[in-house]
Design a protein around this ligand. Structure first.
Ligand code: FAD
Length: 638
């Protein structure tokens, strides 16, 4: 083993010397550089090692296993380790491995990490036309005085009326609605409070500071992304704001035997959220040329399309929402509901992870909080609302063994699986200079397919193509013309499950059904159809080992291909359903008032209670149900 020392002399860990040489050579071959992009080098490789190591020790192990596998393959193919080959031979191997049935997966893993870190290096980001956001002279609103780092909070015991665990779409809203009714609310948030001077657009730092993640175990491993900061996932989301489709609300009513969630019963809650967050479509010029591109393609095919409603009044489209809003235009709960609650006397403890619900005589009376430095605080109240999100909330209940008489805690997970898709338009699109997620084709919503613009910043360009080597460089060379999309499918079945945390990572099982894979294949075909109808020169499906489609002929062939679950590059941002709502304590975790069956004083209000899948981005669904839940909780608490 050799100790690897960064140029400044700072140690970045230890990897075997042969692994080190192999990994570096692979990084250089995955990103060989082009007229637009500086090639990967040692700094890229060291950064990649840092990122996987910091994420989790198992991620580092998996990464190095993939490096070793590719190096061994080089020996098998050529008799020499990868680093000992000439550049041309390395390039040939990379090209060949991209469609090799066995090697395409380890290559996809290492290539993804290299692309992620390399394009985020300021000098590469800058070459493409991006730059980090620098903010000076931040304003100091009065409500800030009520946000306290738990570590610095003077008391170990805090008294209030309602403790809300989490400040995202569920917690942020329920806390504000209760504070406005006069309840003394304390939010307890594991993440920190970040303001727009921290939202500088850096991809690696954003993932370290603002995100929590998980990977599914199943027939197609899928990363699940969630927020860990004040505002929860709403502080790092795209701002897309759909109402729950009426057919999903009707399904809930039927399954639950109630009219409580009918479109007309829910309308006032949607309206309240929409008006508070000033939800409206962004102007066309701020959405950018991708709107015309989608409109043209959809019009040619007779499909419906339109600007997406967003909670971002005044957004200038000049930043990537998923790394935090640089201008404070997007009204995540960090800038809307939580400040409103604090303005009504609520308080928020940050850096405060709830480890346990405090119970007295079986009744929830507060929570035990552990701070970053390990200090323990107790926050007591007449009611406890868990709003940690669809993965953390069931994990908390399962760890403590409460609220699970039904055995349903952690079950029924839906993910709204998504993949990417990029088209090379004839006209310049300049995606990163416009709203990332501003326009959609909604023709197939009822069939469970949603196709939306998804235009990340330049420092994410490397991961919007599932390629390595020269193929990647060629794709990046057309970056100004790239129209990039997210394709999302409604899960065929909410069959995932959250089990427990092991070594700090949630264990989540989820397997795609054959129907899911077919639906995604269909989505990619339809996205290709409208992109080609809009005049795209070429389209890039996110299928591992499959190259681009250059026109109708390639598309006809692609239509007939058969794919398995692991052929697509999947990601998930919308986990739901793991503490499902229902009347029957035998089949649900909370009742129709969001009260946990069998644990008086304990409520759950977040994505975990939503009976997914719902086929659209879920924040407004969660916020509207949280608005309704606040009424019910107030009635219960008295
Ligand atoms: C990158 C990204 C983009 C997205 N884009 C969109 C979009 O455009 N439109 C849309 O509708 N949806 C979008 N979503 C999804 C949407 O943001 C989430 O569905 C929604 O915010 C979930 O709400 P929640 O209350 O369940 O959890 P969250 O909003 O995630 O909030 C949970 C909070 O609880 C905290 N917490 C968890 N456990 C504990 C604990 N033990 N102690 C203390 N605090 C805890 C977390 O740190 C977090 O802040 C996106 C999500 C992501 C990650």
């Amino acid at each position: 083993m050799v100790a690897v020392a960064a140029s400044g002399g700072e140690s970045v860990g230890s990897v075997g010397s042969s692994e080190y040489r192999a990994g570096l050579a692979l990084a250089e071959a995955v990103i060989p550089g082009s007229s637009k992009i500086p090639p990967a080098d040692e700094a890229t490789y060291r950064r990649a090692l840092d990122v996987v190591r910091e994420f989790h020790p198992t991620a580092e192990k998996a990464f190095l296993v993939a490096v070793r596998a590719l190096d061994a393959a080089a020996v098998a193919f050529t008799g020499k380790p990868f680093h000992a080959l000439g550049t041309a031979r390395q390039g040939e191997l990379i090209a060949r491995w991209q469609s090799d049935p066995v090697l395409k997966t380890p290559l996809a893993v290492v290539s993804l990490i290299f692309r992620f870190v390399h394009f985020d290096r300021p000098e590469v980001y800058g070459t493409l036309g991006g730059k980090l956001n620098v903010v000076r002279n931040l304003e100091e609103p009065r409500w800030l005085a009520q946000v306290h780092s738990a570590d610095a909070y003077p008391d170990d015991d805090v008294e209030c009326e309602v403790v809300v665990v989490g400040t995202g779409a569920g917690g942020g809203v329920v806390g504000k609605e209760l504070a406005e009714r006069g309840y003394a609310v304390v939010y307890v948030e594991e993440g920190e409070h970040h303001r727009r001077d921290r939202f500088d657009g850096g991809a690696v730092e954003a993932h370290k500071r603002f995100y929590r993640g998980a990977f599914t175990v199943g027939n197609a491993p899928m990363p699940i992304f969630m927020g860990r900061l004040l505002g929860g996932s709403t502080a790092i989301n795209g701002g897309t704001s759909w109402r729950t489709p009426s057919w999903e609300l009707e399904r809930w009513c039927e399954e639950l035997g109630t009219d409580d969630f009918s479109p007309s019963a829910m309308r006032p809650y949607f309206e309240r959220v929409e008006s508070f967050l000033q939800i409206a479509p962004s102007p066309r010029d701020v959405i950018g040329p991708i709107a015309d591109f989608i409109a043209r393609g959809c019009d040619a095919l007779g499909w419906t399309h339109g600007a997406i409603a967003r909670n971002a009044p005044g957004c200038d489209g000049k930043g990537f929402c998923d790394f935090g809003c640089r201008t404070d235009a997007r009204k995540g709960t960090n800038l809307s509901y939580v400040p409103a609650a604090l303005g009504r006397g609520a308080m928020c403890l940050t850096g405060a992870r709830v480890e346990r619900v405090l119970l007295e005589g079986g009744r929830a009376v507060g929570v035990e909080v552990v701070t970053k430095t390990g200090r323990v605080l107790r926050v007591r109240g007449r009611a406890v609302v868990l709003s940690g999100g669809a993965l953390p909330t069931p994990l908390l209940l399962l760890k403590q063994g409460i609220g699970n008489a039904s055995g349903q805690v952690g079950r029924n997970l839906s993910l709204h699986p998504s993949t990417g898709f990029a088209a090379i338009a004839r006209e310049a699109i300049h995606g990163p200079a416009h709203v990332p997620q501003g326009y959609a084709c909604d023709q197939f919503l009822r069939d469970g397919i949603l196709m939306m613009a998804a235009q990340p910043d330049y420092n994410v360009s490397g991961v919007i193509f599932p390629y390595a080597g020269q193929r990647l460089m060629e794709a990046i060379d057309s970056i100004e013309h790239v129209a990039s999309f997210g394709l999302l499918i409604r899960d065929a079945r909410p069959g995932g499950r959250v089990w427990r945390e092991v070594g700090g990572l949630p264990v989540v099982t989820y397997s795609l059904e054959a129907e899911d894979v077919q639906r995604m294949h269909q989505a990619v075909v339809m996205a290709s159809e409208f992109a080609l109808a809009a005049g795209a020169r070429r389209v890039h499906p996110f299928v591992v080992g499959r190259g681009p489609l250059d026109g109708e002929r390639d598309l006809r062939a692609f239509r007939k291909e058969r794919f398995g679950p692991s052929d697509f590059v999947w990601t998930a941002y919308h986990p739901l359903g793991t503490c499902r709502i229902g009347r029957d304590p035998a089949t649900s975790v909370v009742d129709l008032d969001h009260a946990v069956h069998g644990v008086p004083g304990l409520f759950i209000v977040d994505g975990s209670t939503v009976r997914g899948p719902i086929g659209v981005n879920p924040q407004v669904t969660i916020m509207a149900t949280a608005t309704r839940a606040a009424e019910r909780i107030a009635a219960r608490v008295g």
